[in-house]
Write a protein that binds this ligand. Structure first.
Ligand code: HEM
Length: 502
């Protein structure tokens, strides 16, 4: 009978609680600096994550506790060059990804981005890597495609003269980036070209562009939040997710792209892709990929490339448009004017510095990129971390934490990248916008080519200014699952012709 008495139940609960506390106190992670609560519970971290504030929370902990900080009982964040090198560079590809990346499977398949272990990743990367090499991106056929689409984008923007445009909508839902991808056909497959055309003519294309007349404040959409909660819950607590998913489904609507999906699936079912395309590589019998794997990979690259480049451009142009940064805009315009139209985009040092500084201040993927410490544990940046612990670095913090390398880290200052102070190596070691190591961004060269081409086209013809309706809060970085967006989900700007007609 004693087994069913409340006193016995209390004793059992107390014993369980005591053994949990004992295990936490005995953990090697106790030696790692961090808030006391993080030794016992991950709920504080999750609370911030569900409220789209994880990046800032982790950064606050770094500011308080230093470049190595315990953020949960089995999770440690690093913001040092040593930490980044060990976690993302050890053995080439760094440590394995965690199940967090299950959330990024497409059509139920793992893509290069969502493969977890080194072996699977290396196998997939062998198929795809050469298509994204800088030499491929710089080929004139690719660059011509990028330039042509960039010009079209700027022409379209010119229709807003005298009014304002929403750059966030343009750079995310406009055909510009999609078309650039699709038209840099030496880099991408022809299939993507077709998809881009479709994207541009769907409701996500020009018909959704917002002008002053149609402006409405969309703010933070309930649907977006619910969708994110949906996915995070399925990762952290599948049991609870199974219970509440139907309720969440009432509020959350995933971004649907039925035409693009359909086209990707149709194109990958055909058997005669052009020789230079990703698809031709993936259809090579030696690689033994199913059609759905190829379609998933294509869709994933579009998603990985469009949102990130769009976010990065949006934040950078916004900053350049602020009164405090008008000198940056002027120097950019002067540099562009001092060159001939044939000057390659990568031969403009100030433009390069501005883009680097934009990616430093507003990395499109600012959040932790979680990895597992291999079995047996490792010593990382002076701390022993047991096997199976989740370790990560986030660009937002590596770009800010070391004030010797990045003085006045909150200030947008492209000149820091041009300083001849011997600090270039340190700056590059902490620059993490494209991550690093074997799992760093494969589309980096393409992204830089797109961003610089567009900036040249815009700032050779226009000056940009913020629209009066915008507030600083609208452009605060708000966490998505792994990337970030302007909190207000809008970025209204004015384009003023650079040379006023005389
Ligand atoms: C400014 C633009 C971009 C930024 C800031 C960016 C950033 C990143 C980062 C931080 C990662 C590592 C993510 C992780 O480890 O979890 C990554 C991976 C990746 N990115 Fe990008 N990216 C950009 C543009 C692009 C473009 C244009 C493409 C291609 C169309 C692309 C395709 C990929 C792919 C396929 C991966 C997975 C690589 C792998 O696992 O080996 N990205 N990107």
């Amino acid at each position: 009978m004693i087994l069913f008495s409340p006193a016995f139940a209390c004793c059992v609960l107390l014993a369980l609680a005591a053994s949990y506390v004992w295990a936490c106190l005995a953990s090697p992670l106790r030696q790692v600096p961090g808030p006391p609560s993080s030794l016992f519970t991950s709920w504080v971290l999750k609370w911030h994550e569900f409220r789209a504030g994880r990046t800032r929370y982790v950064h606050r902990l770094h500011l308080r506790y230093g470049p190595v900080v315990r953020i949960a009982p089995r999770e440690v964040a690093f913001a040092s060059a040593e930490g980044v090198k060990e976690i993302y560079g050890a053995g080439g590809s760094g440590y394995d990804k965690t199940e967090f990346y299950d959330l990024f499977q497409v059509y139920g398949r793992r893509t290069m981005f969502s493969t977890l272990n080194k072996q699977d990743h290396a196998k997939r990367k062998r198929v795809l890597a050469d298509r994204y090499a800088n030499t491929n991106v710089l080929r004139s056929a690719s660059m011509d495609g990028i330039k042509e689409r960039s010009k079209r984008f700027v022409d379209r923007c010119s229709k807003s003269i005298g009014g304002s445009i929403d750059l966030f909508v343009r750079s995310h839902f406009s055909p510009f980036l999609a078309r650039i991808f699709l038209n840099s056909s030496q880099v991408f497959m022809i299939m993507l070209l077709t998809v881009s055309v479709i994207i541009s003519s769907t409701p996500m294309g020009p018909t959704r562009f917002r002008t002053r007349k149609t402006r409405r404040s969309c703010g933070k959409s309930l649907s977006t939040i619910a969708f994110k909660v949906h996915r995070l819950l399925s990762y952290y607590n599948p049991g609870l997710h199974a219970i509440v998913k139907n309720i969440l489904a009432l509020f959350s609507k995933p971004r649907e792209t039925p035409l693009a999906d359909n086209l990707v699936l149709t194109a990958t079912s055909k058997s005669d892709p052009l020789e230079f395309t990703l698809l031709s590589r993936m259809q090579d019998k030696n690689y033994d990929l199913e059609q759905l794997d190829m379609a998933a990979e294509c869709t994933d690259h579009m998603a990985a490339g469009i949102d990130t480049t769009g976010d990065a451009l949006c934040f950078l142009m916004w900053e350049i448009s602020q009164p405090r940064s008008l000198h940056v805009q002027q120097r950019l315009q002067e540099e562009i004017q001092s060159t001939t139209p044939d000057t390659p985009f990568d031969k403009l040092p100030y433009l390069d510095a501005a883009v680097m500084e934009g990616l430093r201040c507003f990395p499109a993927i600012p959040m932790s990129l979680p990895r597992y410490v291999p079995p047996g544990g490792r010593t990382i940046d002076g701390y022993y971390i047991p096997g199976g612990t989740i370790v990560s670095a986030q660009a937002y913090s590596t770009h800010r934490i070391d004030r010797r390398v990045f003085p006045e880290p909150e200030r947008f200052n492209p000149d820091r990248w041009l300083a001849e102070d011997g600090g270039d190596l340190d700056r590059k070691r902490l620059f993490f916008a494209f991550a690093s190591g074997g799992r760093g961004c494969i589309g980096k060269h393409l992204a830089l080519a797109e961003m610089k081409t567009l900036l040249i086209d815009v700032y050779s013809r226009y000056s940009t200014r913020p629209d009066e309706s915008m507030t600083d809060g609208d452009m605060e970085m708000s966490d998505q699952l792994i990337s970030s967006q302007p909190r207000g989900q809008k970025c209204w700007m004015k384009l003023v012709p650079f040379k006023e007609p005389s």
